[in-house]
Design a binder for this molecule. Structure first.
Ligand SMILES: [Zn+2]
Length: 383
């Protein structure tokens, strides 16, 4: 039923219905779940990026109460070695599990498959199950899939931007809504449920017309960007990306939501501004975490992994800001925070690990294999 290589309307409907309308059992029975003993069914992977040193997170009391609370109930990796490549390449490495020495050209897709592709291919997941919410506009749509011939666009993540800009992958799904076609009984049933959900919001209409399909599209867009318009402040784009992730989790209950933050990079010109972004991003992450803990289905089945792509220099620059390029421990080692139903509680791992280890770890947790990554699963993660 869920062929992985088609962004078709049917998959989307089924995925949506399974996610938001709790028609879980039949749709999910088709998913291959090799690690049935594990409780983790959803992962939120936050690239707490823009270059964030441990000194301003776990090294400074009070800046990141959310991360501290997660660590207390989870596992903290204090020495995660980054792939020091520049923001784009280093953040992409989190998703590919490949640390490429030569770096990756900005604004282009990488050669290696991403964890989005591994998950969708191995688990035959429909497009509605794997998402990436970004803070940084067009360039960041390149995270959603790579150019490897065995993987690629047909297994890519849907990309959503906090300002309500949606990339081609997402638009192709929405476009499919507008194409009238014969519906199977199963689809009719799911449509009826969706209609009921929409009508409860006061938008009554038949769904068997392009007009009503457009209404469904509008409804979904509104749901995903709900609450983002009012977000202001130094971290507004990052906070919007986190809010969209929250909405995605509630609407679709997907396997994976990745979030890419970036505004901490204001540090090049302003140390104080950078600290403020970290504090506010931690607060926005706290809202996301709270939403998960307040959702009966997500609460005991959702894991979080939060990790910067790299840190920052040890010393201030001439503008009293912080660049990234000195090769210091502050730059090359970051702290990774993991929280979830299968993870140890209150464990601190002092051993060196790598940021790229996150990719195979998340894949394995959800029952997929990061076949092209040579990184390792994070050690001592499970309870
Ligand atoms: Zn920078």
């Amino acid at each position: 039923m869920n062929q992985p290589n088609a962004f078709d309307r049917r998959e989307f409907l089924i995925g949506t219905a399974a996610g938001s309308l709790a028609l879980a059992s039949d749709a999910r029975a088709t998913l291959r779940v090799p690690f049935q003993a594990r409780r983790t069914q959803h992962v939120v992977l936050v690239a707490f990026a823009g270059g964030v040193r441990t000194r301003e997170t776990f090294g400074a009391a009070g800046n990141v109460p959310t991360l501290e609370a997660m660590a207390k109930e989870g596992v903290l990796y204090k020495r995660a070695k980054s792939s020091n490549l520049g923001h784009f390449g280093a953040a992409l490495s989190i998703f590919t599990g490949v640390s490429e020495a030569r770096g990756i050209r900005e604004n282009a897709r990488g050669e290696d498959p991403t964890l989005f592709e591994y998950l969708r291919r191995d688990l035959a997941l429909p497009a509605s199950q794997v998402w990436i919410s970004t803070s940084g506009g067009a360039q960041q749509t390149n995270y959603s899939y790579g150019l490897h011939p065995d993987y690629g666009a047909r297994f890519g993540a849907n990309t959503v931007d906090g300002d309500g800009l949606f990339n081609a992958e997402f638009k192709s799904i929405l476009d499919a809504w507008g194409k009238p076609k014969a519906l199977s009984n199963k689809e009719q049933e799911l449509l009826a449920k969706l209609r009921a959900a929409i009508e409860s919001r006061g938008a009554a209409a038949s769904l068997n017309s392009p007009e009503s399909a457009a209404q469904v599209e509008k409804y979904i867009l509104e749901e995903l960007t709900s609450g983002t318009a009012d977000i202001r402040g130094a971290n507004a784009a990052d906070a919007k990306a986190l809010r969209v992730a929250r909405n995605l989790l509630v609407v679709f209950k997907p396997k994976l939501v990745a979030v890419v933050l970036q505004q901490a990079d204001i540090a090049h010109g302003s140390y104080n501004g950078y600290v403020e972004v970290i504090r506010q991003n931690d607060a926005a992450l706290g809202e996301l975490w709270k939403a998960v803990k307040g959702d009966a289905e997500l609460r005991d089945s959702t894991a979080f992994v939060v990790v910067p792509e790299f840190g920052r220099d040890a010393d201030l620059n001439s503008r009293r800001g912080l660049d990234h390029g000195d090769g210091s421990n502050d730059l090359e080692y970051v702290t990774a925070t993991c929280w979830g139903p299968d993870f140890a509680r209150g464990r601190i791992v002092e051993d060196d690990v790598q940021v790229v280890d996150v990719c195979p770890t998340v894949c394995e947790l959800l029952g997929a294999r990061a076949a092209k990554s040579r990184a390792k699963r994070l050690p001592r993660l499970l309870a």
